[in-house]
Write a protein of this length. Structure first.
Length: 228
């Protein structure tokens, strides 16, 4: 877990780090190496993920929102079924393929035990029994678990291989394999990392075009963590 926090901190992914000064007075960076846009003209720059994974073009120039609250965040629920996941992503103009590819980002990161403990102790038959026992032990010692415990700080297709084994941490992860309508894509990504990387890059570009703010309804924050 410490290695994951180090990776995110170096990439700018821990905005509450008091030692992080790089974004003051600048457009905030995304957690990708070498991207520090300083003006609002849309442009494109080739970037590289520090954790490995795909290279893709990030479109820059988005303004920050003037309001940022926990209640305003739009995310799928951790136990959404496939229909609910598709409905959510369709409202953003994203397809089922986009949704599954973006879910592959769960090859990085961790989740608090409260988001998945209700699935353990045999209560979710889609969970691998050995994984169930492992999570019970993990949550007895600490309050979180890796989303991908095989390569937790490497961006690869291990996430999809874990779903095939019933080792998806969240219900909304595992449903991608238990539902036959999405299982084929999971199977394909699990053995075709290059295709996953390509589809992920396409989906990330599309996601970056959702809800773009301009100078009319946005701002360039003096401090990335707070509205001006």
């Amino acid at each position: 877990m410490a290695e994951l926090r180090r990776l995110l901190a170096e990439a700018g992914g821990l905005p509450d780090d008091p030692g992080r000064q790089g974004c003051r007075g600048q457009r905030p960076s995304v957690p990708l190496q070498g991207v520090l846009p300083r003006h609002n003209r849309p442009r494109r720059k080739r970037v590289r993920l520090q954790s490995g994974g795909p290279n893709y073009t990030v479109e820059l120039g988005r303004y920050d929102g003037k309001i940022s609250t926990r209640n305003s965040v739009m995310l799928p629920h951790v136990d959404d079924n496939l229909d609910s996941l598709n409905a959510f992503f369709y409202t953003l103009g994203l397809s089922q393929i986009d949704m599954i590819a973006l879910s592959g980002a769960h090859t990085l990161g961790a989740a608090d035990c409260g988001f998945f403990q209700h699935r353990t102790k045999g209560r979710d038959p889609s969970m691998n029994p050995s994984f169930d026992a492992q999570l019970q032990g993990t949550c007895a010692r600490q309050n979180s678990a890796f989303l991908d415990d095989v390569t937790p700080v490497g961006f690869d297709n291990s996430y999809f291989q874990l779903l095939q084994k019933g080792r998806g941490l969240l219900g909304s992860d595992q449903v991608l394999y238990t539902d036959e309508r999405s299982r084929g894509t999971v199977d394909y990504y699990s053995s075709n990392q290059g295709t996953f990387f390509y589809d992920f890059s396409v989906a990330m570009t599309k996601l970056g075009r959702v809800g773009v703010k301009t100078a009319v309804d946005g701002e360039i924050r003096r401090d990335c963590r707070y509205p001006n």
